[in-house]
Write a protein that binds this ligand. Structure first.
Ligand SMILES: C[S@@+](CC[C@H](N)C(=O)[O-])C[C@H]1O[C@@H](n2cnc3c(N)ncnc32)[C@H](O)[C@@H]1O
Length: 493
């Protein structure tokens, strides 16, 4: 599945990145989101948005079996998997027969795949989109709305009916929910940015295209709610196919596969069979759920696009970003900022921490932050290393400021840990729920946020432990050296 990390808005419809996913999650959602009414834009913070009139409840098997029948009637070869209710991911593909390791599965023909080249049932809408050179993501978002609104007149009717009416993702959290539940996590800012981008993209489409052709794009259908829905579908189901020139595609049937970080197998186009396939990296027995990987994503990124958080400690790709900043009262603030800007860095930067360590760029940035005026000749070198653009690509090291640097990272780490602890150990939130449905939604979101924050804090704790141990070793080494030096001095006296 895919990831939209570039701003959609700034370059009108800029290019977007692929949707991958991560880790096998043994996490089974305890509660279902299906009763939750979506809220979609930051601008409409507390207003419950109208749900779209198409799609189904995410756990619906009825529409899934219609989908299965339509797909086989339309050329999908017979499958070794079937759609079933599953513990992880509500609906998923389950092995019906023994599946061997290394076996190719799916074989979805290109005629059953939605891409930017797909024919529009209303070709005149496709013509307008083409004339305006609309990029893939907003084009596909509009395509989905257009086909969904045509109901049985669209060849994709059975596919669209089996799509969730409310896909899970942070796109549907209100601003006050993001503020209340994700205050400690850097994912909050990413979610706000994403909502802003999608909202901005809709506004651009509205101003530049929809409003110019009200007969083709009536606001009753092409509105913000519909756009939020279709973007939610794209974020959680779009795949990039490396062997099809990185084309992004919605692949019916394949998009019923759930993610696991324990597998490393991705969807792709297979030239020999001329279909979308994946190759299993383990065997499955009948009744077992079959998984693919959505990519090497952190728990925060999985929550952002897919609305779930894997079980604590189960995601080897988990990470959390730590923000480091220049000190405004630093005598060399201006010189340091200039050095950073030369390498496209700013006075505050985020670096991904993992359980297994932190990037060398972060250490270089921290060296720059703490270095005294006497080290100004190294500012450029430090900034280059922080941006990963140092010419020699060697790890820089300044033993004279090592201790201060580690202490600075430790302080930054500890101040963020306290924010996490405050949220995790806090007694609920201040948000007022007006009815039982809303209260239920709050509980669900709070649980997801707690799971995310616990996993992110775990990485911060590990970083704290490593830093403390290094500082302790360094200090006890220094103490030993000092004792030795004093001993020698006494001897010579
Ligand atoms: C590509 S769809 C997979 C099919 C989906 N389960 C369905 O019923 O339509 C991605 C969505 O499946 C769910 N999902 C996938 N992997 C999951 C996992 N490991 N744990 C929990 N939910 C998962 C999430 O709701 C995600 O947004």
């Amino acid at each position: 599945m895919s990831d939209l990390s570039l701003s959609l808005r700034t370059s009108f419809f800029s290019k977007t990145l692929p949707l991958h996913a991560t880790s096998r999650s043994l996490f089974a959602p305890l509660l279902s989101f299906s009763s939750v009414a979506p809220c979609c834009s930051l601008a409409t913070t507390q207003r419950a948005a109208r749900p779209v009139p198409w799609g189904c409840e995410i756990e619906s098997l009825e529409s899934a079996s219609d989908l299965q029948k339509w797909l086989s009637d339309s050329g999908l070869p017979s499958q070794k998997m079937g759609i079933q209710r599953v513990e992880v991911g509500e609906r998923g593909l389950v092995a019906l027969k023994n599946i061997r390791k290394g076996e190719k599965l799916l074989f979805v023909p290109p005629s059953l795949v939605i891409t930017s080249d797909s024919d529009w049932t209303r070709s005149e809408i496709g013509d307008v989109m083409r004339r305006n050179s609309v990029p893939d993501w907003p084009l596909l978002a509009t395509y989905l709305i257009s086909e969904a609104s045509l109901d049985t007149a669209s060849r994709w009717k059975n596919y669209i009916s089996a799509l969730p009416r409310q896909p899970y993702s942070l796109l549907y959290w209100t601003r006050s929910e993001l503020d209340a539940f994700l205050v400690a996590s850097p994912i909050r800012d990413r979610a706000i940015q994403r909502i802003t981008d999608v909202t901005g993209t809709y506004n651009d489409m509205q101003a530049r295209i929809f409003s110019k052709h009200p007969d083709l794009f009536p606001e009753k259908i092409y509105n913000m709610e519909a756009f939020m829905w279709s973007f939610g579908i794209l974020f959680s189901r779009l795949v990039r196919l490396p062997s099809m020139d990185e084309k992004v595609a919605l692949v019916p049937w394949a998009d019923m596969l759930n993610h696991s970080s324990e597998v490393e197998t991705f969807l792709d186009y297979d030239k020999s069979s001329q279909g979308i396939v994946f190759t299993t990296d383990r065997s499955y027995q009948p009744g077992e759920q079959v998984f693919i990987s959505y990519g090497k994503k952190s728990n925060g990124e999985l929550l952002l696009s897919y609305g779930f958080v894997p079980k604590e400690g189960s995601n080897p790709n988990d990470s959390v970003e730590l923000a480091l900043s220049l000190n405004k009262s630093d005598k060399c603030y201006k010189e340091k900022l200039e050095a950073l800007r030369r390498y496209n860095l700013s006075e505050s930067e985020r670096f991904p921490l993992q359980v297994k360590g932190w990037p060398v760029e972060m250490m270089a940035y921290a060296y720059l932050v703490v270095s005294p005026p006497s080290m100004s000749q190294y500012f450029g070198e430090m900034a280059a290393a922080a941006s990963n653009k140092n010419s020699s690509k060697t790890r820089i090291s300044y033993p004279e400021i090592e201790e201060e640097t580690l202490q600075f990272i430790l302080d930054s780490c500890e101040s963020i840990i306290s924010k996490y602890t405050k949220f995790i150990e806090g007694q609920g939130d201040d948000l007022i729920s007006v009815n039982a449905k809303q209260a239920n939604r709050r509980l669900l979101l709070q649980q997801l946020a707690r799971d995310l924050c616990t996993s992110e804090r775990r990485i911060l704790y590990r970083t704290q432990y490593i830093l403390r141990r290094r500082l302790r070793d360094m200090r006890s080494g220094e103490l030993r050296a000092l004792t030795l030096f004093n001993g020698l001095r006494k001897l010579f006296k």
